[in-house]
Design a protein around this ligand. Sequence first.
Ligand SMILES: *Cc1c(COP(=O)(O)O)cnc(C)c1O
Length: 347
Amino acid sequence: MITELFNPWIRDLVPYSSARSEYSGSASVFLDANESWDGGNGGINRYPDPFMRKLRSEMERVMKIPFSMSAIGNGSDEIIDMLIRMFCAPGHDSVMIERPTYGTYSVFAHTSNVSVVDVPLTPSLELDKEAMFRAIGEENPKIVFICSPNNPTGRVYPIETILEIAEFNKGITVVDEAYADFARNFESAIPFIMENPRIIVMRTFSKAYGKAGARLGILVSHPEIQRVFMKAKPPYNVSLCSQQEGLDALLHADAVRKRVEETISRRTEFSAFLSSLSYVETVFPSEANFILIRVPDVASLYDYLLSNGIVVRNRSNDPLLENTIRITIGSESEMNALKEALNAWNG
Ligand SMILES: *Cc1c(COP(=O)(O)O)cnc(C)c1O
């Protein structure tokens, strides 16, 4: 049944057969890929494994993501782009998003000439299930993107709601769980993929794992979708250096956990601090590594912080988020510098 959801030209694609994907068995002399016979340390003269097998086995061991269900993109960005190209016909199909949310879903839809159906969140920034059902019924989007915890609100949506939407939606439902590690009592959609293979989950090495510079996005899907993703992606989309950075993060999973714990307790503490400031109108509860606040005059607070060398994100142009600023939870010294500046502000 998922077979019918793919664009037919993707489903029937004959993949590029790379030198490294053709042979099986063990070999020690590699004269198949026109690489240089020497290039310095670490085997960087060789093309990387197109299937990222070592990294994906470690992901299975550490993250408990089954090997046959995982794939890696050059950041989640590449995965979003690929999924749109796999499932949506340019000039014909649409995707659905719930605003406010992460900006790249609609950008990649537009680069593929795929239209975007927008459903606003409720005023309390929850999923508007009825409105989503209506829009799905009317527009038949090929992909519904749901970001939980949501960026920039920090809100986790109930898994029951996400599953109901994914059940009702006869297209693909992509659940972006980039911030999952920072959420307490989080229920992932991953265990429900085998029951409903139209669910795809995205994770990333960019946030909790601390490897944003390596560009490592994670696709978790039914093996049938994973197989099509593997054949449709650029063969060497994740560099050798990046695959090694991913392995490094998993090797130091304890340090990652410790940093996440530290981030969460800093978030709690910073949230209380923000609530104590007279000029902060709202501190939105967050399950991610950032906090969204509402203040009366965003522009002047933003400029003031910038004049102190501190960059935050103005989210005021998002629907429902007038006069809001999104602040990432940084290191202890970064947070101290920020708190000092906020204390001295008398806006
Ligand atoms: C940061 C973020 C990502 C991660 O993107 P990468 O391309 O993997 O760095 C994915 N989704 C959301 C909602 C994000 O905020």
